[in-house]
Ligand binder design. Structure first.
Ligand SMILES: *Cc1c(COP(=O)(O)O)cnc(C)c1O
Length: 390
């Protein structure tokens, strides 16, 4: 096989003519932002994941920040998350001044190990920890029912980081498929629409929840903490003008809004989400088959997996990574463990704290995984890897 002339990244967006037309229609309309496209995208997305409410945001990190704010994270709040995730999963706690704690991963699933979380929770008095942020890492889904039971036992809230798993699901104890972010178990769930994720809007994010209280709170925080709802005004009624212009800023919020052309792109992309998911699963099955009985360790596979990433384990990760690059194949590493980030060293986190996460990191490599990856391109990737490894 020949060297690929077209670069093959680990992930990328798929943009169709319909997507472009949807965006152009908004550019020609009256509202570039704060228009009707936002609510349409939110409604369709809530439907897709099976949650009551969805709130579109500027990006997934903004979504995490507002979740932490809505759950009253402050300087006294301790939260547990996985060391194998994107830094933003932990950073949202820090934005609000809280303390980040980690527990090690399950080496079979690469997900935050619930037994380690339980051990950590039980090592302190009840109330010491306030929240848990599990992550559906790589699209491999967390058993949210088990986390809910554990969190309830310790009066903790849950933010479900579902950035890797729109459309993914786990099977609960009653044999029911529970979709990621459906609001049945977590207080709040978040998604990202960065171009490498399943649904692309450039930058973009979403919070889903079944809690009207949290939904209302986040809606206000998304727009500066401003409300125009007259029933919520707190200024002296004599000071409250009857004019339609009146509004109150009642708490310190942000401008974390998504634009209407991004929302239109999101709605258009969402219409093809199941198609993309099916293709991701097909690509995963082809990798699984190609690497069976080779030195390449493949990830655990099961049907609820949304396959944001396809992560192999290999003893010569650096060599393989560099070799793939010479062939125009840009594999990636997800992730450098969060507890090893220099920023987190100031809180006492250090190498050796989470040996399973660190062992995973030493060998992991994310192979190209996106719906537009052709069979020919994938075969070239597989062939290049097997020739190098064997
Ligand atoms: C992408 C991602 C985020 C952040 O989303 P952005 O839209 O890039 O801000 C958070 N958590 C995880 C697990 C992610 O993959």
């Amino acid at each position: 096989m020949q060297i690929s002339t077209k670069a093959i990244p680990y992930g990328r967006q798929t943009i169709t003519d319909a997507d472009i037309e949807a965006v152009v229609a908004i550019l020609k309309s009256d509202y570039l932002t704060q228009g009707p496209s936002i609510a349409q995208f939110e409604e369709k997305f809530a439907n897709y994941v099976g949650a009551k409410y969805a709130i579109a945001l500027a990006n997934g990190t903004a979504a995490l920040h507002l979740c932490a704010m809505a759950l009253d994270v402050n300087e006294t709040t301790r939260v547990i998350t996985s060391p194998i995730t994107f830094a933003a999963s932990a950073n949202c706690v820090r934005y609000c001044g809280g303390e980040v704690h980690f527990a090690d991963i399950n080496p079979a699933t690469f997900l935050l190990d619930i037994n380690k979380v339980r051990a950590l929770l039980s090592s302190k008095p009840k109330g010491y920890f306030k929240g848990i942020i599990p992550v559906h890492f790589a699209g491999n889904t967390v058993d949210m029912e088990a986390y809910r039971a554990l969190a309830s036992e310790y009066d903790c809230w849950i933010i479900e980081d579902a950035c890797h798993a729109p459309g993914g699901y786990f099977v609960d104890s009653k044999n029911v498929q529970q979709h990621c972010g459906n609001g049945n178990f977590a207080d709040l769930a978040i998604f990202s629409f960065h171009p490498v994720k399943h649904i692309a809007t450039g930058e973009g994010g979403m919070i889903t929840t079944n809690s009207k209280r949290l939904y209302d709170k986040i809606n206000v925080l998304r727009t500066h903490g401003i409300t125009k709802d007259a029933t919520k005004f707190t200024n002296n009624p004599a000071d409250v003008t009857q004019g339609g212009w009146y509004y109150e800023m009642q708490e310190l919020g942000y401008n974390y809004r998504l634009t209407d052309f991004q929302a239109a792109l999101g709605t258009s992309q969402l219409a093809r989400a199941n198609e993309g998911l099916a293709r991701r699963r097909e690509i995963a099955a082809r990798y699984d088959a190609a690497f069976a009985n080779t030195k390449v360790t493949t990830p655990l596979s099961y049907h609820g997996n949304a396959y944001h990433l396809y992560v192999i384990q290999t003893n010569d990760r650096l060599g393989l990574y560099n070799h793939l690059k010479t062939q125009n194949i840009f594999a990636q590493v997800h992730y450098v463990p969060v507890h090893l980030m220099p920023y987190y060293a100031q809180f006492g986190h250090k190498k050796g704290d989470y040996p399973l996460a660190e062992a995973y990191y030493d060998k992991c490599l994310s192979l190209p995984m996106y719906p537009a990856l052709s069979n020919e391109e994938q075969d070239f990737v597989i062939d290049t890897i097997l020739k190098y490894i064997n």
